[in-house]
Design a binder for this molecule. Structure first.
Ligand code: GTP
Ligand code: MG
Length: 535
C-alpha cells in the first residue's frame, strides 16, 4: 500500500558506523572481465573468510570483496607486489585498490564467460518512460521510477568504500580522523550516478584524552594557531587535497576549491566513476542528511514523491549539474517535505515536532545552531494519512503552481508558510541555520519556469482524471506524460489538439528523446549514461 511503514528501524549513526566498519574490511580489485569466479574467490580466501563480493564495470571490470576480518587485508597486502612499470615510476603508497592479472591469458580466459556485473547507472529516460507506461497506476509509476533510480545496495557499499579509502589517506596525517558520506549518498534520496559528498571528521581527535586530575601539571599539545576555523579547514583540506592528488590510486582531476562558502576538494574517483566532494567543518550538513534520512524512512510515499519530483525537474532543466541560478535538488527536497507536512492529516512531522520527541542524547548544538531532533525512528508515530501518490503528485504541482512565492517562505521547521524576511524570489528557510535561505541562488526567471511547468503538469494530470486520456491506449500517461519534452512548450493544449496518430506520436517523442539523450551522453566510468544522472 501507499502508506507502508519502513521496516528499517536502525538510527542513522548506527547505519553509518556499520557500513564504515564493513568498508574497512573491503578491497577493490581491477580484474579481467573473463575470470573464473570460483578460482578467484578461492585464491582470495587464502587470506581469510570472504563475507560478500560483487563485480561492476567502470573503466574495466572491478571486484568489491568484503572480508570477514580486517587482518585478511594485511595478509593480502603482504603478498602483493609493487607494479613493475618500465618507463614510469610508481608512488609507493600501499592502498586497498589492487590489479589482478592472469598468469596465462590465453588458457585461463579462453572459455570463460564475462562475470556478471551489477548496474551502477540509471536507464535512459526514454526507456524509463516506456516502463512507466506499463504500470497500472500513477502511484505505481512513482514506485517504478524510484526502483529504477535509487542507489542499489552495491552502489551504497561502494560509496562507503571510497570514503574509507580516502580516510586511509587522511589518517596518514590525522590517525583518528574519519571520512563519512553525507548528502544524497546516505539521505535515502540518492539516484544512481549522484555525486559523493564526503565529510572529513576531525572532531573526535583529542576528545578521548582525559585530563589527569592529580599531580601539579597540565600537559598540552603545541599546535599551529590560525585566525579562524575556516582558515584551519582550508589548510587541512589543502594538505589532504595534495595527498589525494599525489597518493590516491585512481583519484584524478583534483581541484581545491578553498574559497567557496564551504571549502572543498573535488576530484573524480576513476575506479568507481564517482565525482567526489570532500569537506570538513561541515557537521550541520551531516545533521541535515540525518534529518532527510529520517523523513525518507518514515513513509514510502516520501521517497517516491521526492524521486519523481527530482527526476521531473532534471528532465526539464529546472535543476542542473552546473552551479547557477537553478533550483537545487536540496531545495526541491525541502519543498516536497514541506508539501507533505501541509497535508491533512500531515504525512510527516515538522522539525519542531521531531525536536519535541528528542531525548538528551539527541541534543546537538553545532556552531550555535540548534540541530536537535529525535534520531530514533521508533519514537515517531506513523501518519494516519492514506492519500495515494496519484493524488499527491497532482496536488504537489497544483500547490506550487499557485504558491505565493512573492510574499511567502517555506519552513520545514514549523511546517507553516511564513512571510519572507527578505526579497529573494524563492525563500526556503535553512532548517538549522535559521537565518539563511537555502535557495538564495535562485533568480526570478528560474522560479517562473518552475511555476509555469508545475501548472502545466497539474493541468495534464487533471485532464487525465477527467477521463480525457485513457490508460488503455499506449499514449504516455501520468508521470510518463510529465517527463515528455512536449510539456515544456507554452502551448501544450494546442499541441495536444493537433497531434497525429497515437503510435506515430509516441514513436516521434521517443526518437526525439533518444536524440536528446545521445547529445547529452557522458562517459561515466566507461559506460554511456544519461548526463542528468550526475546530480
Ligand atoms: P545531489 O544533487 O543528488 O547531489 O543532492 P545532495 O542532497 O547530495 O546535494 P548536494 O550534493 O548539493 O549537497 C550535499 C548536502 O549539502 C545536502 O544534502 C545538504 O545537506 C547540504 N546542502 C546542499 N546545498 C545546501 C544549501 O544550499 N544550504 C545548506 N544549508 N545545505 C546545503
Ligand atoms: Mg550530493
Amino acid at each position: 500500500t501507499d502508506s507502508k511503514v519502513s521496516t528499517q528501524k536502525k538510527t542513522f549513526p548506527e547505519v553509518q558506523a556499520e557500513r564504515l566498519e564493513q568498508a574497512q574490511r573491503t578491497v577493490l580489485i581491477n580484474c579481467p572481465a573473463k575470470i573464473d569466479e570460483r578460482k578467484f574467490l578461492k585464491y582470495l580466501s587464502h587470506h581469510g573468510k570472504i563475507n560478500s563480493h560483487y563485480f561492476y564495470e567502470s573503466y574495466g571490470t572491478y571486484a568489491v570483496v568484503e572480508f570477514s576480518e580486517k587482518d585478511s587485508i594485511t595478509s593480502l597486502q603482504d603478498v602483493t607486489r609493487m607494479p613493475g612499470i618500465e618507463e614510469e615510476c610508481a608512488v609507493p603508497f600501499k592502498s586497498r585498490v589492487f590489479t589482478l592479472t592472469l598468469k596465462n591469458l590465453s588458457t585461463q580466459a579462453a572459455d570463460q564467460a564475462p562475470v556478471h556485473c551489477h548496474k551502477q547507472a540509471t536507464i535512459l529516460v526514454s526507456e524509463l518512460i516506456q516502463k512507466l507506461c506499463s504500470a497500472d497506476s500513477v502511484s505505481n509509476q512513482l514506485y517504478t521510477l524510484m526502483d529504477e533510480y535509487q542507489l542499489t545496495e552495491e552502489n551504497i557499499k561502494l560509496r562507503f568504500l571510497v570514503c574509507s579509502l580516502i580516510q586511509d589517506i587522511a589518517c596518514a596525517y590525522f590517525p583518528e580522523s574519519t571520512v563519512k558520506p553525507f548528502g544524497s549518498s546516505v539521505n535515502t534520496f540518492g539516484k544512481l550516478g549522484c555525486d559523493l559528498d564526503m565529510f572529513l571528521d576531525l572532531d573526535e581527535i583529542g576528545q578521548n584524552s582525559t585530563r589527569a586530575k592529580t599531580g601539579a601539571f597540565y600537559m598540552e599539545y603545541q599546535m599551529k594557531r590560525v585566525p579562524s576555523e575556516r582558515t584551519a579547514s582550508q589548510r587541512i583540506l589543502s594538505v589532504i587535497g595534495d595527498c589525494i592528488d599525489n597518493l590516491g590510486p585512481g583519484c584524478v582531476g583534483v581541484q581545491k576549491i578553498l574559497n567557496a562558502r564551504c571549502p572543498l576538494v573535488r576530484f573524480s574517483h576513476q575506479p568507481t566513476g564517482f565525482q567526489c566532494d570532500l569537506t570538513t567543518n561541515n557537521r550541520v550538513a551531516l545533521r541535515s542528511s540525518e534529518l532527510l534520512y529520517i523523513y525518507g524512512s518514515l513513509d514510502s510515499r516520501v521517497r517516491a514523491l521526492v524521486f519523481s519530483v527530482r527526476c521531473w525537474a532534471r528532465v526539464h532543466g529546472i535543476t542542473s549539474n552546473i552551479p547557477g541560478h537553478w533550483i537545487t535538488n536540496f531545495s526541491l527536497t525541502m519543498m516536497t517535505l514541506f508539501f507533505l507536512q501541509k497535508r491533512t492529516p500531515p504525512i510527516i512531522p515538522t522539525l519542531d515536532q521531531l525536536k519535541a520527541l528528542a531525548d538528551s542524547e539527541d541534543k546537538h548544538i553545532i556552531q550555535g545552531n540548534d540541530c536537535t531532533f529525535a534520531s530514533n525512528l521508533n519514537k515517531i508515530k506513523p501518519t494516519e494519512n492514506t492519500e495515494t501518490l496519484d493524488v499527491l503528485l497532482g496536488d504537489f504541482f497544483e500547490y506550487f503552481g499557485n504558491f505565493a512565492f512573492n510574499k511567502n517562505s517555506i519552513n520545514i521547521r514549523k511546517g507553516k508558510v511564513q512571510n519572507k524576511p527578505e526579497p529573494s524570489p524563492l525563500y526556503i528557510q535553512n532548517p538549522f541555520e535559521q537565518t539563511l535561505n537555502v535557495s538564495k541562488n535562485v533568480n526570478q526567471s528560474q522560479l517562473d519556469r518552475f511555476v509555469a511547468l508545475a501548472r502545466e503538469c497539474a493541468w495534464i494530470l487533471q485532464q487525465e482524471d477527467k477521463g480525457h486520456s485513457s490508460l488503455s491506449n499506449s499514449q504516455p500517461w501520468g508521470l510518463a506524460a510529465l517527463l515528455l519534452p512536449s510539456v515544456t512548450s507554452n502551448s501544450v493544449k494546442s499541441k495536444r489538439r493537433k497531434r497525429g496518430p497515437t503510435s506515430e506520436r509516441i514513436k516521434n517523442l521517443l526518437d526525439s528523446l533518444k536524440i536528446n539523450n545521445e547529445n547529452s551522453l557522458v562517459n561515466n566510468g566507461g559506460k554511456r549514461t544519461f548526463s542528468n544522472q550526475a546530480r
